[in-house]
Design a protein around this ligand. Structure first.
Ligand SMILES: [Zn+2]
Ligand SMILES: [Zn+2]
Length: 394
């Protein structure tokens, strides 16, 4: 049913912005979201939702039961922050050293609570239920899985799942709503190279793992250019190289670590297999040995076109001035992918950068911040209206 939330949003937005700024001042890392989860649980209880706490350690689920039967729509928000020292000097900057909401999860928590507030005011018109899932530990890729393992998708299983991310790669006034794969699967790989250490002046007596590892780094650059089908995409980035600690000692080992990304599971497998084959062959050719391991952190985020169509209608109705990007993709990863692997749904980006105000640093940057005054009311309206399209009756 078509409800116009704008008057309520107008009346409540300052309180929501204040809540976001309070959360921003008190960031908590993955699985440590005790204060945040407490605020979420208290607010959901105040709104009359039934809550379950301690799901996936610090996750919270709030159930808004309608007065009549209908579908179960899940709204997902993440709550965790990052181990970053904030460099912003706003009056709501992080008060905890080396912890910072540098990805916007403070905003997501705020938006989902506000959506719960708006919809709870129409409980008598809800057919079905809205299941609010506040998850821990998105940044380390394991919070969604922990909640699912604790039964977050049962009693009842949602019919559709919705989530959003504020996104500073996109300006305020734009939204990215993409059918199919939108964010990449991510893996964390390690290659250890073992040689024979020795005197820096006598390399002929050593098997230098540092030189072998250097060759491996170079060779890995050929995987995307020579092995991945050019019509597919993939990323292999070596981001850590550790070996040696002296000017005159050839070390006995070297360690490489990095990330692989792709939209497709078969490409992910290819990337891993090629890293292992190149490392093994090069290490062996240089008198060394190697081992390879990979931890798969997330699946690709794949959006269901039928759910996007509902969100698109909501956008066109409540914010027709928005520019909707339908072909935006990023190799960044999200564990929302685990929910979307189990339940059809969508994850969309709400543009949050304001270049004029300097609010456009990238996610995970010590100066990351967003135009919350513009984004919070908009994001709440989009999410509430999309959910309302599924569950609100006249
Ligand atoms: Zn992040
Ligand atoms: Zn994030």
């Amino acid at each position: 049913m078509l409800i116009d939330f704008s008057a309520r949003i107008e009346a409540r937005q300052n309180a929501w912005i204040a809540r976001r700024r309070d959360l921003h001042q008190h960031p908590e890392l993955g699985f440590e979201e005790v204060r945040t989860a407490g605020i979420v649980a208290e607010e959901l209880t105040r709104l009359g939702l039934e809550i379950r706490t301690g799901i996936g350690k610090t996750g919270v689920i709030g159930m808004l039961e309608g007065d009549s039967d209908g579908p179960t729509i899940m709204v997902r928000a993440d709550m965790d922050a990052l181990p970053i020292q904030e460099e912003n000097e706003t009056d709501y900057a992080s008060q905890t050293p080396n912890k910072m909401h540098a990805c916007g999860h403070d905003v997501h928590t705020t938006v989902a609570l506000a959506v719960a507030e708006l919809l709870s005011e129409h409980r008598d018109q809800i057919a079905g239920r809205v299941k609010f899932v506040f998850q821990p530990a998105e940044e380390i890729g394991t919070g969604a899985g922990a909640m699912i393992a604790d039964g977050a998708l049962e009693d009842p299983k949602p019919d559709f799942a919705l989530g959003l991310h504020v996104w500073n790669e996109v300006e305020v006034g734009k939204v990215a709503l993409v059918d199919g794969p939108m964010m990449a699967a991510a893996g964390d790989f390690t290659v250890n190279v073992y040689g024979r250490g020795g005197h820096g002046a006598m390399p002929h007596d050593a098997h230098d793992p540092l030189v072998a590892a250097s060759q491996i780094v170079t060779a890995l650059q050929t995987i995307v250019s020579r092995n991945v089908n050019p019509v597919d995409v993939g990323v292999v980035s070596v981001t850590e190289f550790k070996s040696g600690d002296s000017f005159n000692v050839i070390p006995a080992s070297a360690r490489l670590r990095g990330t692989i990304r792709a939209f497709d599971t078969a490409v992910m497998e290819l990337l891993g297999n090629r890293i292992e084959a190149l490392a093994t062959g090069i290490a062996s050719a240089m008198g060394c040995t190697s081992n390879f391991s990979v931890a798969h952190l997330t699946l690709p985020v794949v959006n269901a076109p039928e759910v996007n169509a509902v969100v698109r209608q909501a956008i066109d109705r409540v914010a027709p001035e928005l520019e909707v990007l339908t072909d935006y993709k990023t190799m960044a990863a999200e564990d929302m992918s685990y929910f979307l692997d189990a339940v059809p749904g969508t994850f969309f980006f709400v543009g949050s950068a304001n270049h004029e105000r300097g609010l456009d640093y990238p996610h995970h940057h010590p100066r990351f911040d967003i135009d919350d005054e513009a984004v919070i009311p908009l994001a709440v309206n989009l999410m509430a209206s999309a959910v309302a399209a599924y569950v609100l009756t006249g």
